[in-house]
Ligand binder design. Structure first.
Ligand code: ZN
Length: 55
């Protein structure tokens, strides 16, 4: 078994427009210490929106 480290953490990405839809993803804390913003498809807005990391 590989040793599990705490560098990869699970994050929630919330739609910046409607704030109703969330994606769950994981990120590498060492590579991205700041909040991540991703452009993904939001089914609630029915278009591509910026998803921001929620804490
Ligand atoms: Zn949305």
């Amino acid at each position: 078994m590989a040793r599990k480290n705490a560098i990869r953490t699970i994050i929630s990405l919330e739609c910046g427009e409607c704030k109703k839809y969330q994606y769950h993803s994981e990120k590498n804390r060492r590579n991205t210490p700041d909040r991540v913003t991703l452009t993904k498809f939001c089914p609630s807005c029915r278009s591509r929106r910026e998803f921001k990391e929620k804490r």
